[in-house]
Design a protein around this ligand. Structure first.
Ligand code: NAD
Length: 474
């Protein structure tokens, strides 16, 4: 807060547990009302001067922060692994690096954020001024703590806003490093503050009149609550929520690529990815070969100590998330899905669940309808394109969707028919900062990344300029 660490141990303690061992490795305290007030006051004060800088000056700070994050990638990755349990093999390439990409990209855009000139009748014209919103609140999920802190912070700061960011109580550490990095890069005190706490701290931020915008990454039920609270104060929102995305594999797909896509869509980060393609629709002609090859390839997962760079598959983030996933696995079996591989907790310390594949899954089963957020892949059979499209879209969610096929026209026809915000042809789960990311239907509102994110962190003031006498009726 205000560019420095604030200690207030009267807030409820939050233990940080290393998911690979179950050990408590750190303790933070939930922000008290006084601390929340301090952060919002610091952000409000910092925002005005920051917005008065040129975009180029603001961008320079963000790009410097990106360089610092890249220089410290290994240390930041180790911390991210402690926070989340994700293997270092992943965090070295997907977390601080992705955060740095966002800081660099939006830092680069900051100098060219402008309004436009609009010619009108009789020589009149209008112009627009792109203005920041003010103090923006970011609230994060636990699966990508560094990335989420940067994906929200970078566009917000580029546009001239200040941010108060609340990480998930499950992974409170990494966002602190993002704040430290920005401060070191020259961000003024108070521009980017981090508050710890559970949902009550998030809720206090969302209802505060000093806050102009709320960007949440979390589950659909939390999204509904936060969106409603923000609406009461007429605040801007971005909602990055959950999903149950379809991945369709046609008979003519390249088998090896389709299996790779299904692995990326279900087992990266032990399945704790919002855009995962967990309903894998496989056409009947390729089904047996697909299941055989998938099972074979999963034997190649190196399950073990996340700090060992050879490890490619780690634990679940927490004991409670592990138990939720084990509950879904039980339900899948009880409702008649065929367990092909995995399906159990591993006999070792930490919260490990074996990569799990179900076949013969039908649309009405719980595992095909609800977001599991764990390493559980469901294979559903299909025959025709029309049939699979109707089934793929028959969900409240609309975050992502993918198709594997060698038929170019079919690929484009299928993605045109998907009710989803983020679609893939012959690949899955890539999220480069240059391209918009987000969901439709219950999966969210707004987009992160790309130039589109700028519109979610700024608004346009219109100025009408008359070049003529003013005509009035009387
Ligand atoms: P969650 O909804 O339980 O919590 C998300 C955040 O909201 C946490 O920081 C939590 O403390 C806070 N929160 C809870 N109640 C609140 C309230 N009433 N007011 C304000 N804040 C509140 O989600 P989670 O379990 O941390 O994360 C998993 C979920 O996040 C999954 O559903 C996943 O799909 C989703 N997710 C989505 C994306 C995306 O970009 N679409 C990315 C990652 C995760």
């Amino acid at each position: 807060i205000g560019g420095t660490y604030v200690e207030d141990t009267s807030g409820a303690p939050i233990d940080v547990v290393y998911p690979a061992t179950g050990e408590v490795i750190a303790r933070v305290h939930s922000a008290t009302p006084a601390v929340i007030d301090q952060a919002l006051s610091a952000a409000t004060a910092a925002q005005k001067d920051w917005a008065a800088l040129t975009g180029t000056e603001r961008g320079r700070v963000l790009r410097r922060a990106a360089d610092i994050m890249r220089d410290r990638n290994r240390d930041l990755s180790i911390l991210e692994t402690y926070d989340t349990g994700k293997p270092l093999q992943e965090t070295l390439v997907a977390d601080a690096t992705s955060g740095a990409d966002a800081l660099e990209y939006f830092g680069g855009l900051a100098g060219s954020l402008t309004g436009e000139h609009i010619p009108l009748a009789g020589g009149d014209f209008a112009y627009t001024i792109r203005e920041p919103l003010g103090v923006c609140v970011g609230i994060g999920a636990w699966n990508y703590p560094t990335q989420i802190a940067c994906w929200k912070g970078a566009p917000a700061l580029a546009c001239g806003n200040a941010m108060v960011f609340k990480p998930s109580e499950t992974t409170p550490l990494s966002a602190l490093k993002v704040a430290e990095t920005l401060t070191e890069a020259g961000a003024p005190p108070g521009l980017y503050n981090v508050l710890q706490g559970l949902g009550d701290v998030g809720a206090a931020l969302v209802t505060d009149p000093r806050v102009a915008k709320v960007s949440l990454t979390g589950s659909v039920p939390t999204g509904a609550k936060v969106y409603a609270a923000a609406a009461a104060g007429m605040k801007h929102v971005t909602m990055e929520l959950g999903g149950k995305s379809p991945l369709i594999i046609f008979d003519d797909a390249d088998l090896e690529n389709a299996v790779s896509g299904a692995i990326l869509a279900n087992f990266y980060s032990s399945g704790q990815v919002c855009s995962n393609g967990t309903r894998v629709f496989v056409q009947s002609g390729i089904k047996d070969a697909f299941l055989a090859r998938l099972t074979e390839r999963l034997k190649g997962a190196v399950i073990g100590d996340p700090m060992d760079e050879a490890t490619s598959y780690g634990p679940m983030v927490s004991e409670s998330q592990m138990n939720i996933v084990l509950g879904y696995i039980e339900k899948g079996q009880a409702e008649g899905a065929r367990l092909v591989t995995g399906g159990k907790r591993l006999d070792r310390d930490g919260f490990y669940i074996a990569p799990t594949v179900f076949a013969d899954v039908t649309d009405d089963m719980t595992i095909a309808r609800e977001e599991i957020f764990g390493p559980v892949l469901s294979v559903l059979d299909f025959e025709t394109e029309d049939e699979v499209m109707a089934r793929a879209n028959a969900t409240e969610f609309g975050l992502a969707a993918g198709v594997f096929t060698a038929d170019l026209t079919r690929a484009h026809r299928v993605v045109a028919g998907f009710e989803a915000g983020t679609c893939y042809i012959n690949t899955y789960n890539l999220a480069p900062v240059e391209a918009p990311f987000g969901g439709t239907k219950a999966s969210g509102v707004g987009r992160e990344n790309s130039k589109l994110a700028i519109n979610h962190y700024s608004e346009m003031k219109m100025v009408y300029v008359s070049m003529n006498d003013v005509e009035a009726p009387y």
